[in-house]
Design a protein around this ligand. Structure first.
Ligand SMILES: [Zn+2]
Length: 110
């Protein structure tokens, strides 16, 4: 059986909570989701070696903002497309990926 989100909830400014079809609730810091973006561009970036410490990083204003989710749209019946507040919207987060991220919240019954 494929697990799928049954409820999306914002907790505060920077946290997303997803309730799953098996009853599990997981919390996702939006920064974690941004850093886990599975699109080709971000995967490429994560593969780059870290920059030498002597070079000051040049960040655009958007990059200095704490990552936030601007919108989430279902993609087919297997994923969500997440747009972030830096304008990045090419990441397709499959349910499988989402399920592997974040951390489980203690359930009401357990
Ligand atoms: Zn990306």
């Amino acid at each position: 059986m494929t697990l799928f989100p049954t409820k999306l909830e914002r907790a505060g400014d920077d946290t997303l909570i997803i309730e799953w079809s098996d009853g599990q609730r997981r919390r996702y810091p939006m920064r974690e989701l941004r850093e886990a973006c599975p699109c080709a561009t971000c995967r490429e970036k994560r593969r780059e070696p870290p920059k030498p410490a002597t070079l000051l990083p040049v960040l655009s204003i958007a990059e200095t903002l704490p990552p936030r989710i601007a919108s989430m749209k279902p993609v087919g019946n297997y994923a969500y497309g997440i747009e972030f507040n830096d304008g990045h919207n090419t990441g397709i987060f499959t349910f499988e990926l989402l399920r592997s991220l974040g951390e489980e919240l203690p359930g009401a019954g357990s």
